[in-house]
Each structure stands twice: as structure tokens, then as C-alpha cells.
Design a binder for this molecule. Sequence first.
Ligand code: COA
Ligand code: MG
Length: 307
Amino acid sequence: MQKIKKRPRRCQLAVPGSSVKMLKKASSLAVDHVFLDLEDAVAPNAKVDARKMVVDALNQLDWTGKVRCVRINDCTTEWCYGDVIEVIEGAKNNIDTLMLTKVRSVADVYFVDTLLHQLEKKLQLPPNGIGLEILIEDVAGLMNVDAIAGASERLECLIFGMGDYSASHGIDARYIGGENPYPGDIWHYARFKMTIAAQAHGLDAVDGPFPDFSNISGYKREAEYASILGMVGKWAIHPSQIEIAQKTFSPDPVEILKAQKLIEVYDIALAKGDGAVKIDGAMIDAASIRMVQQVIDKAKLYGMTND
Ligand code: COA
Ligand code: MG
């Protein structure tokens, strides 16, 4: 498996690229990741002008401490190639990743990947320096998710977008974030399948939007479901959702201390030649240590440890 650059993505904030006010506000918020949107939050007649607004925001505002991502229109639209060229030529080093929408097959990834290679050469930017984040929000994309996840060295993250996904699947839009009569979680299969594909290729898996931002408990529940399934973060469409996601996807400080202690104790056991030991009444072996190492890795990524 290739070594993928890990960036914090506990919360990815959606920011309409055509709103100067929201772009400015986004730069002031405490959030891991922002994606400046040229796609569905921007009206067709504002899309071309929004590119310059997004470039100006990337170049002029202070985004310190945040992953800077731009969400572009999908490969079937007349805007896709122009989005890539104008954003990269305008922002150069002031962007970390592009987010590709409605990805259906590896061909969509190859198209943007090739365009980025050409732009990186022309602009003398580091090769493969611009990462890719992929929205799985179409039934074809979900069927092809394993191949998509391995399609480029630039890939960092897969995101499950339940809004567009429900439209392509034929699921009632009322069920996107709310209760429904189905006995079980209607998103379980899609989230689980996408997360397995992401992890198999060393990528992050992220959960998409929860549009009813007045329903705080519903948002929290969905973030917890995603976290339990191994996803590393969730979108926010409104500032009120940010703190919940940042917290839900952070390791618990008590668990970090326990993990550190367990690794210390296990190292002593290994030095004595013991591979499996009893600690606090439970069996600990090499697999247990691999599990707690994930807690430590996350804590380091989020600056929650002293080293
Ligand atoms: N990013 C940055 N700032 C945001 C924001 C966002 N996504 N959503 C709201 N804000 C700001 C508002 O501008 C307002 O700022 P102020 O206090 O300086 O006036 C403040 O947060 C409170 O916002 P509020 O008045 O409650 O909401 P609103 O009516 O201004 O906006 C939405 C509501 C839904 C239109 C807005 O949240 C939005 O556009 N969200 C993103 C939509 C999107 O990107 N969709 C595509 C991905 S699913
Ligand atoms: Mg979408």
C-alpha cells in the first residue's frame, strides 16, 4: 500500500465560492479543513466569476492551520477543465487539494490527474503536490469505488455524499438526515463499503453533509455512526456543526493516556519474551497494540500529544 499524506479532516466546512462574506468568515473559524465550493452551492450563472473569488480568497485570506481545498464541477460539465486550470494557475502553492464531484469511474480521476501534471510542470510546482479528494455520490461511483480509490497517487480521501447519492439511487430525499421507517441505517452499506475501499488504499474516509443544521442531535448521531465505522471526519455546512464534528472525531484524552501506558507496558512484556499478557484483567497482544497505535497516530496528527 502506498504511503498517503495524512491531513486533519475531522470537519470539512463547505463554503460557497460565490459568497465573499462566507469565504471571509470561513478563514476565521477553528476547523481542520475548508472546501471552497464551485459546484452545487454556486448558481450556474455565477460559476465562472466564482473561480476568481475563490482564487482571491486563497491568496489573500489567512488559512493558517486549515487544509485548503477547492470543490470543482464534475467531468461531464462544461466547467470542469476551466475550474482546474483557473484555480491552480491563480492559486499556485496556496491550495492543498481539489475535491472531485460525482466521480463515476477511474476515467474521471485520470482526467483531472493528467491536467494537474501538466499544470504542475508549467507552473513549476512540486510533482503530485496537489492532492485529490473524491466524492462518492453516485451509484456507479459506489460500484467502482475500489478501482477509484487506487486510481492516482494524489488521492488522499474518499467522501460519501448522501444527497446526490440518494438522487442517483432513488432514495427519498426526506430520509437523508432524518428518521425513516426502514429497520436499520439506510447509509450503513454505502458508508461501510466506501470506508473499506478507502482504508484498503490507505486513504481517509469522510462522511458528507447533514443539511438540517438546526437539528444538532441528529448531526451528532450521524457523526458518531461515521466515527464508529472508521471514518475520520464529517462535513459541516454551517458553523454551528463544526465543534461537534471536531470533537466527535478526536480521540478521547483518557484513551490517549491509556494507549500510551499500554504501549509502555507491552514493550516491557516483549523485552521479557512475552507476546500476549494480561493487563487490567484483559488479554493484550500485538493486534491490541496495532489498535491502540491508531489512537496515538490520530492524537499526533491533531496535536493532542506532547511529542
Ligand atoms: N461557511 C462560512 N460561513 C458561514 C457558512 C458557511 N458554510 N454558513 C453560514 N455562515 C455564516 C453566515 O454568513 C453568518 O455570518 P455572520 O454571523 O458574520 O453574519 C453566520 O455564519 C451565521 O449564519 P446563518 O445566518 O445562521 O445562516 P445563513 O442564512 O447566512 O446561511 C446557508 C445558511 C445554508 C445558506 C449557509 O450556511 C450555506 O450556504 N452553507 C453552505 C452550503 C453549501 O456549501 N452547500 C454545498 C455542500 S453540501
Ligand atoms: Mg453532490
